[in-house]
Design a protein around this ligand. Structure first.
Ligand SMILES: Cc1cc2nc3c(=O)[nH]c(=O)nc-3n(C[C@H](O)[C@H](O)[C@H](O)COP(=O)(O)OP(=O)(O)OC[C@H]3O[C@@H](n4cnc5c(N)ncnc54)[C@H](O)[C@@H]3O)c2cc1C
Length: 475
């Protein structure tokens, strides 16, 4: 990421993790170990958590802290030292990454194409005098190796499938040097010694949004991910090909995305387990296409964009047609409060939004309807984009991800334009709620889902449009 040289006199190789919060099957750690073994140096894994990242809330903070605790425990098992810092009123640290880097031979970070992990890594790379390397830990096949300019999912799938097996076969690299036990420029928080109650107290005392409760469906940490993996093997995969699109069935989807987003589990471990099971071949292939083709396609796309979070990443024809219809009458516009709380006049939309609000996750089949409808429920297309990203990023555990912005952009118009028809949408295809409403029991399911009791989160004074439209990035 910069031109600095590797320094053989460092105390360790620094592995700074921001989002890939796992000790095994983690290519950033493996790359650090490879250099450490070459130099005869130990690896120091570091994870820090601040209070001021966008949308910091009980929901996100607790999920991250649970993952970080397991990262430390599993690093120890792997023979690696792990330093952690949870920034808080009585333990403030400034420039910790730079201070840790100063004692290192080189620093490895994640090659993450969106949000804080990208912004911070790029900023540190500009300012540090330590050699800094980015390694992809989110995907099976590192998007950088697929070459530039792949223009369609079909072409992407073809290229990805050709090399997939090689990348799925990679194993963890053993560290040849004993765990680092030398000096650190700060006193590390030992999250591995924290109980659940300790982590809850850290969250309670943090200066973050306390109005967004944890999601009972997604317990933090590796055990949460492994429970979902067992559920995938025992229940979900058997019918994945036929029930995946049915939001009314609780067993249709894997519910993996929060764990994948925070890297609690990697796609390689998930695929190894899926491949080893005796589920129907068609179901396995469908799952692989979602996890490997679609997910990695959005990572690939985001990596090529200077700001994947912004409205100008929506295809040009879609922005043009939406702009041409921006002054169409919009009788369905809702307030931000009604959108946030899922109390609009659209029952189906409320059912979708309450999954985000209460569960911190939404079923795939509902998401396309949810995103497209926002175009009619807000005053203009740019506000629609900022609102969709804001709701997805603040409420959903898997938000702030390449898949967030790629899928919302696809909902706003991808591929070829349709015929210029409906008001407000122009050439952007609309979507009905038929795939849920017309199922057996669909109307009842939607009515119940739209009226689930939800606690009201705090209402912002305005949308954080700087993140999504133009202006300075916050960190
Ligand atoms: C408007 C909209 C917004 C979305 N926002 C997000 C988001 O913020 N974060 C996110 O991870 N996904 C997002 N998706 C993609 C997809 O809806 C979720 O990944 C999926 O619903 C997560 O549930 P699951 O883990 O049960 O998925 P499953 O159906 O079990 O699929 C397994 C895995 O495949 C991947 N996957 C499935 N569908 C897609 C897809 N369309 N695009 C990319 N990867 C996919 C996910 O990693 C998922 O965990 C969005 C889709 C839409 C249409």
């Amino acid at each position: 990421m910069n031109t600095a040289d590797i320094r053989a006199d460092g105390r360790y190789v620094l592995c700074w993790l921001q989002q890939a919060l796992r000790a095994r099957d983690n290519p950033v750690i493996d790359a650090s170990i490879r250099l450490g073994n070459d130099l005869g140096l130990p690896v120091l894994v570091y994870h820090g958590l601040r209070e001021d990242y966008p949308y910091a809330s009980d929901r996100l903070h607790r999920f991250i802290l649970g993952a970080s605790r397991d990262l430390a425990l599993d690093c120890r098992q792997r023979g690696l030292a792990c330093a952690q810092h949870v920034d808080r009123a009585d333990a403030r640290e400034k420039g910790l990454v730079y201070r840790l880097a100063a004692d290192s031979a080189a620093m490895f970070v994640e090659d993450q194409p969106t949000f804080v992990a990208r912004w911070q890594s790029e900023r540190v790379a500009d300012r540090t005098e330590v050699a800094m390397f980015a390694v992809n830990a989110a995907c099976v096949v590192p998007p950088a190796l697929l070459g530039d300019g792949i223009g369609s999912t079909t072409a992407f799938r073809r290229k990805h499938e050709a090399v997939r097996a090689d990348w799925l076969a990679i194993a963890d690299l053993p560290a040849a040097v004993a765990a680092y036990d030398g000096p650190l420029p700060f006193t590390s928080d030992r999250l591995e010694a924290c109980s659940d109650a300790d982590l809850d107290s850290l969250v309670e005392s943090a200066a973050i949004d306390h109005s967004l409760a944890l999601s009972p469906d997604f317990p933090a940490g590796r055990d949460g991910a492994l429970t979902k993996l067992e559920r995938l093997m025992d229940i979900v995969l058997r019918t994945y090909g036929t029930t995946r699109n049915d939001a009314t069935k609780p067993v249709g989807a894997s519910m993996f995305s929060p764990y994948l987003h925070f890297g609690v589990i990697g796609p390689r471990e998930v695929m190894a387990t899926v491949d080893a099971t005796d589920a129907p071949a068609a179901a396995k292939a469908k799952f692989a296409d979602e996890l490997l083709t679609w997910r990695e396609w959005f990572h690939y796309q985001a990596r090529a964009l200077p700001s994947p979070e912004r409205y100008d990443r929506v295809s040009e024809w879609a922005r043009e047609t939406l702009a041409a219809h921006a002054t169409d009458p919009r009788p369905e516009v809702e307030t931000l409060a009604d959108l946030l709380n899922g109390t609009t006049r659209d029952e189906t939309w409320n059912a979708c939004q309450r999954q985000f609000l209460i569960d911190g996750w939404m079923h795939n089949n509902l998401r396309m309807y949810w995103a497209k409808r926002i175009i009619a429920l807000t005053p203009d297309p740019e506000t629609a984009w900022a609102t969709a990203c804001y709701l997805n990023d603040r409420l959903s555990l898997d938000g702030r991800d390449p898949s967030t912005y790629g899928n919302i952009a696809a909902s706003f118009g991808a591929g070829s334009p349709g015929r210029d028809g409906p008001p407000i949408y122009g050439k952007v295809p609309t979507r009905s709620d038929g795939s849920t409403r017309h199922r057996d029991g669909g109307p009842e399911w939607l009515r119940d889902a739209a009226t689930r009791t939800a606690r009201e989160p705090t209402l912002p004074s305005s949308l954080p449009s700087g993140l999504y439209l133009s202006g300075e990035l916050p960190i």
